[in-house]
Design a protein around this ligand. Structure first.
Ligand SMILES: Cc1cc2nc3c(=O)[nH]c(=O)nc-3n(C[C@H](O)[C@H](O)[C@H](O)COP(=O)(O)O)c2cc1C
Length: 411
């Protein structure tokens, strides 16, 4: 198995694969085609739960370091399987040493993981300089060792997340995918960028299509998918069985519902889903945001309560204030994204007004629209100054009790 380093320059046949109606990974049948991508610092348990509720067919936890000496750090403890997670509970491991990865996989399965995902997609310098994450794609022999040892170590399905290759001249995703399938990997997620591309430029889907054509396990196409229409296009172009959504879910966990609706549209609903409708923040969105922030606060204080007991014998006791701080910081990040969504609401209403010949609009004056934007910008700044979880919640509840914040908060 040598590294071919061939540039994929051909268009691949896209129609010769029959799409299964249901994506199956080992004993798990997924209820849809759109899954949440693992994102370190973002896809924690509360966010995963919210995305599941919004229709994500599967959610993956943030990558967890395989090194045994890192196992008791707060970060690693937070990245273990959580009994409250909906099934299948997917834990992603990252590392470079096959034995260590196998041990880590086993540890996570014993802690409740139902699927182990191997990270060969992360471009972070910290990860790649140790030949882990996407850097592993440079060394297919090592890939094979890691994959086979992890599969041998656990009795649950093992999946793999890769990029298109190391750089644009070394796109070996097809080679890696074949190795992985031969060794028993049960599904693949392919991010349509090389490691060298990081997050620059646009994702390309030809390599993903090539991977789909080359293997017989489910493939999730990943990269820059941000709407139902877009998801459908990528599914059609690549013939992938599913799509994996990362950044587009930030501040917009309901994207899974949007994608599901789009993909499941009947001829009668197709016209509706295709027609341009400005996105409006409805009351249920507001409830969901509050619920999300509340669950961040609850989750991290519960975590603190449980782990201060476990760690009380050790020197690194996790202090209550630290855990609360973490919840406050994490909430800020998500709320900032939610506020950005609101700003987009006003922008989309403006677009609607500008294109609407009937003149019908919910924000019917520029002044009112500017007022809404200013209010959201001010709220964003104010929220970031709050230091306590309870103040954050109070602030949001008060803010959302005011109508017309986004031009329209309809029922
Ligand atoms: C903040 C952030 C953290 C990420 N962390 C991980 C990770 O832990 N494991 C992983 O395999 N990929 C990680 N990724 C990559 C995503 O899973 C995904 O492949 C990438 O964002 C492209 O998808 P998107 O365009 O839908 O965001 C991360 C991406 C971002 C933006």
């Amino acid at each position: 198995m040598s590294y071919s380093g061939k540039l994929l320059d051909c268009k691949w046949p896209l129609t010769n694969k029959k799409k299964p109606t249901m994506i199956t990974i080992g004993p798990y049948q997924l209820p849809g085609q759109a899954v949440l991508a693992p994102m370190a610092g973002i896809t924690d348990q509360p966010f995963r739960q919210i995305c599941r509720r919004m229709g994500a067919a599967m959610v993956t936890a943030e990558m967890s370091a395989s090194k045994i000496e890192l196992r008791q750090t707060r970060k690693s403890l937070l990245r273990r399987a959580d009994g409250d997670d909906s099934e299948p509970r997917v834990i992603q491991i990252v590392g470079t040493d096959p034995k260590e990865m196998a041990t880590a996989a086993n540890y996570h399965v014993e802690s409740g993981a139902q699927i182990i995902d191997i990270n060969m997609g992360c471009p972070a310098k910290k990860v790649c300089k140790k030949l882990a994450g996407s850097a592993l794609m440079k060394d297919p022999r090592l890939v094979a060792k890691i994959v086979s040892q992890v599969i041998d170590a656990v009795a649950v399905p093992v999946t793999l997340k890769i990029r298109t290759g190391w750089d644009l001249d070394h796109k070996n995703a097809v080679e890696i995918a074949r190795i992985a399938e031969d060794l028993g990997i049960l599904s693949l997620a392919v991010h349509g960028r090389s490691r060298a591309c990081r997050f620059n430029g646009m994702a390309e889907y030809d390599t993903i299509a090539a991977v789909v054509a080359a293997v017989n396990i489910p493939v999730f196409a990943n990269g820059d998918i941000n709407s139902g229409q877009n998801a459908q296009k990528v599914l059609k172009y690549t013939a992938a069985q599913g799509v994996m959504i990362g950044r587009a879910a930030q501040g917009r966990p309901w994207i899974f519902d949007e994608i599901n609706q789009y993909l499941n549209a009947t001829p009668e609903t197709v016209r509706k889903t295709n027609s341009y409708e400005p996105f409006l923040l409805k009351k249920w969105h507001i409830s969901l945001i509050i619920e999300h922030i509340q669950s961040i606060h609850d989750y991290y204080s519960r975590f603190e309560a449980n782990h201060s007991l476990i760690q009380s014998k050790k020197t690194s006791v996790i202090k209550k204030e630290q855990a609360v701080d973490l919840a406050v910081k994490i909430s800020r990040k998500h709320v900032c994204w939610y506020f950005n969504q609101m700003l987009q609401c006003t922008a989309s209403l403006r677009d609607k007004r500008n294109t609407d010949s009937s003149g019908a609009t919910r924000i019917d004056s520029v002044a009112e629209e500017n007022k809404a934007i200013k209010k959201i910008e001010t709220a964003k700044k104010q929220f970031n100054t709050l230091l306590l979880a309870k103040d954050q919640l109070q602030f949001l509840k008060h803010l959302f009790s005011e109508t017309n914040l986004t031009g329209d908060i309809a029922a």
